[in-house]
Design a protein around this ligand. Structure first.
Ligand code: GLC
Length: 763
């Protein structure tokens, strides 16, 4: 091996080659960290704790390269610093590209470029321009496909597109040429010749990823600054790669059960208690199951965070408890921008303690958001997060059940925040350039800590901005979509890719946020989003009403039918979250996650799975009442008429306006929850399971759905085995009030069991 030497220290391998030095760390047989210090502090906001597991590996020296081998991966390292990764069977996964990049020919001179830019055309190609710029260029195979990357716009498969990681609040309709949105999750999931792998680029600076847009020969990741810091992630299947990624960055925790219910929101009605109560009354009057009412910015006193207006609310505590008695939880929005107001306690305290971000000259940096001139808490610092968490007590004491963190990219109405504004990176002074993409992450973490500390419940935080790993602290929604059919279509790809990127608890604004919805769009949206983990209708100030009753009949009845259906699936969804909490695998997922060897599903943008057993094929085009549905391998049963289909085929299904095509994988048993108007926290006395097919086994989870006592064993785990001859219900674990009765609905009869001395016997 010429011009290549190495030193091994435990599971770290320091490599010196002709052109550079870098290090590889073997974390597990399937995860290898690649790191090159570019002079920046090495800390990760995404990954917490030590992820290195004792792992065997071998290094062998060859003529022109060294080979690092674990039980799952082979990494070849060459004297020019290039590295190639193969799976254990020598299938190529991630190979460095050996030639120079060929930037796109945009066919214009510098003068022409200026001209085009004058009219607002984006002809930059989004190349990052900085002295600290670096890039990583990898070889692309003809049939390589890409997923993940968080909330990016467009289609499921990201091949041929390029995106930026720079959290951005841009309320214009976000269509497929948008390169950046609110979140930065630089986790790429690939299938190269059907072999799965992942790469996680852990760098918070502005970065760019081009997945074969510039060339069919390579894809590349580039960053404006930061260390070269990425993880090679292997695994025998895409599922295993996602499990590995969420091993690194964390799993979405088990949520409170009521958070899976329907949620009603609209910017504007929290202007007075009277208006909110009217909404609550209508929901009950129209028999619309609902668990949560969201209060947008108008409930605050002059948009001052951690205040409540007193002119239109008599007593917030009483108001919240009145809603509670009607079966509604209240979630309030908070924004990071603290109003610059000498008379306002939060501002005074933050100022006195030096908690706001500063200009390079040490003065406080001011920009403008909802409250007018505002300052930004320096969430990178632990003390500031603690202060924010302490302030959450104000809302918890009023009785608020969840907190919605908004505008935390952070948004700024008075121009972009300059990159040199001083933000802290934990206790070190850093820059906006470095901390921008983790601002929302740190705010969500602080909010989570506050809710946990004061409510002792599983925190329900919803954040708009996020970074890789934010899933540990918060649910997310996709921000300001519009009431457009293309946005209903985008929902599927976006939520599926978010799910593959660790964000299992996500949702869109149902009906669309900006612009005016139509009865048909609203109907198709509530159908299409039926299994969206976060299930909230929200709309912007000034748009036409889109509460379920706004369009009269038949919209109201269809909407009600689907809300009721959603509540039937609450226990299934909760079981999915119980599993997710262990595996990190998303609830709502693209077919490719389960059927990665079937190229038919690589570009399937209009269907999704819920766990392994439910396939959903919503109508997402205006005017359509039929659609093609691709059913993957296996047998599938039409949820509505029970017709059985053989998979790996495309069928044409009727889908009039009140029908959401749903298929259940044959030999599935589904918990079938009771019809309720909201989710109770009382222990359930009975449950029903419905069998599709003729035999199966299933594990069902039950706990109090609210706090952390399940971590101390206060839960039940039921094991159901249903065959043609017999049904067995066993308890794998029990330390919570058990169901008194369990009904199993077979295709031709219902069998009932009762509890007798901790055993289920025929009733
Ligand atoms: C932002 C949020 C939106 C909210 C509005 C007012 O646009 O994304 O959901 O309604 O601010 O707070």
């Amino acid at each position: 091996m010429q011009n290549l030497s190495y030193k091994v220290d435990g599971q770290r391998i320091f490599i010196d080659c002709a052109t550079s030095s870098f290090e590889l760390t073997v974390l597990t047989p399937e995860i290898i960290h690649v790191f090159q210090n570019h002079g920046c502090t090495q800390n990760s906001y995404a990954i917490e704790g030590n992820k290195v597991q004792e792992t065997d590996f071998e290094i062998t020296e060859n003529r022109d390269h060294m080979e690092l081998k674990t039980s799952a991966l082979i990494v070849n390292i060459f004297a020019d610093g290039k590295i190639d990764v193969y799976d254990r069977d020598k299938n190529p996964l991630i190979l460095d590209y050996r030639h120079a990049r060929q930037p796109l020919d945009r066919q214009m001179s510098e003068d022409q470029k200026r001209l085009a830019e004058q009219e607002g055309h984006d002809v930059s190609g989004n190349l990052l321009n900085s002295p600290t710029y670096f890039e990583v260029v990898k070889k692309l195979a003809d049939n390589e496909v890409f997923y993940g990357l968080g909330d990016k716009t467009g289609f499921l498969n990201k091949r041929h597109y390029a995106y930026d990681n720079w959290n951005t609040d841009n309320p214009a309709p976000q269509v497929e040429n948008f390169t950046r949105l609110y979140k930065s999750v630089p986790f790429l999931l690939g299938l190269k010749n059907q072999h799965p792998y992942g790469i996680f680029f852990d760098n918070t600076y502005k970065s760019h990823i081009d997945l074969g847009k510039e060339s069919n020969n390579y894809y590349f990741y580039s960053a404006a600054n930061g260390n070269l810091d990425y993880y090679i992630i292997g695994g025998a299947s895409l599922k295993k790669v996602v499990e590995n990624y969420t091993y690194l960055t964390g799993k979405t925790p088990l949520p409170q059960k009521w958070t899976l219910g329907y949620q009603q929101s609209r910017w504007g009605y929290s202007v007075s208690q009277e208006k909110v109560l009217q909404i609550a009354e209508k929901l009950r009057e129209y028999d619309l199951p609902c668990d949560v009412i969201h209060l947008d910015i108008d409930y605050m006193d002059g948009y001052r965070v951690f205040t409540w207006r007193t002119d239109t609310y008599e007593d917030p505590r009483e108001f919240v408890s009145k809603l509670k008695n009607m079966g509604f939880k209240v979630v309030t929005i908070i924004d990071p921008g603290v109003k610059k107001d000498d008379q306002y306690g939060i501002y005074q305290e933050g100022l006195a303690k030096g908690y706001f971000v500063q200009n390079p000259d040490g003065t406080i940096y001011v920009n403008r958001v909802w409250p007018g001139d505002a300052v930004y808490p320096d969430f990178g610092r632990k003390q500031v997060r603690k202060w924010w968490a302490d302030n959450c007590r104000y809302l918890v004491d009023i009785g608020v059940s969840g907190i919605w963190d908004d505008m935390n990219e952070p948004a700024s109405f008075n121009g972009d925040i300059p990159e040199d504004i001083v933000f802290s990176d934990e206790e070190n002074k850093s820059t906006h350039a470095k901390m921008h993409n983790v601002y929302g992450h740190n705010m969500a973490k602080a909010t989570y800590e506050g809710l946990k500390r004061y409510s002792h419940k599983r925190p329900f935080v919803i954040t708009r901005a996020a970074y890789a790993g934010t899933q540990k602290y918060s649910t997310i929604w996709t921000g300001d979509n519009h009431s457009l059919w293309v946005h209903l279509q985008m929902m599927i790809a976006q939520l599926c890719n978010l799910g593959l990127s660790g964000f299992s608890f996500a949702g869109t604004d149902i009906g669309g946020f900006g612009s005016d919805t139509t009865p048909e769009l609203l109907t198709r949206w509530i159908e299409g989003a039926l299994f969206s983990p976060l299930f909230r209708n929200h709309s912007a100030l000034g748009t036409r009403s889109q509460e379920p009753w706004s369009f009269g009949e038949p919209t109201l009845s269809i909407y009600r039918k689907y809300l009721k259906l959603r509540y039937r699936f609450i226990d299934y969804l909760y079981d999915q979250f119980y599993q997710e909490n262990k595996t990190g695998l998303p609830i709502m997922r693209p077919l490719v996650l389960n059927y990665e060897n079937d190229p038919q599903v690589y570009n399937l943008n209009d269907e999704y799975l819920v766990g392994d057993s439910i396939l959903v094929a919503p109508v997402i085009q205006q005017g359509k009442t039929k659609r093609m549905v691709y059913l993957p391998a296996g047998k599938w049963i039409d949820f509505w008429d029970k017709t059985e289909y053989e998979g790996q085929t495309t069928i044409l299904v009727d889908a009039p306006i009140d029908k959401l095509p749903i298929f259940i994988k044959k030999n599935t048993i589904l918990p079938w929850s009771k019809e309720v108007d909201h989710i109770s926290t009382e222990p359930q006395k009975e449950i029903t399971f419905k069998l599709y097919g003729d035999h199966t086994s299933y594990q069902h989870y039950q706990d109090n759905g609210t706090d952390f006592s399940y971590e101390n064993g206060k839960y039940n785990l039921y094991d159901l085995n249903v065959g043609s001859e017999s049904i067995d219900i066993n308890l794998l674990h029990h330390d919570y009030p058990l169901y008194q009765r369990i009904k199993v609905e077979l295709p031709d009869k219902t069998v009932e069991f009762k509890l007798a001395h901790d055993k289920y016997v025929l009733a």
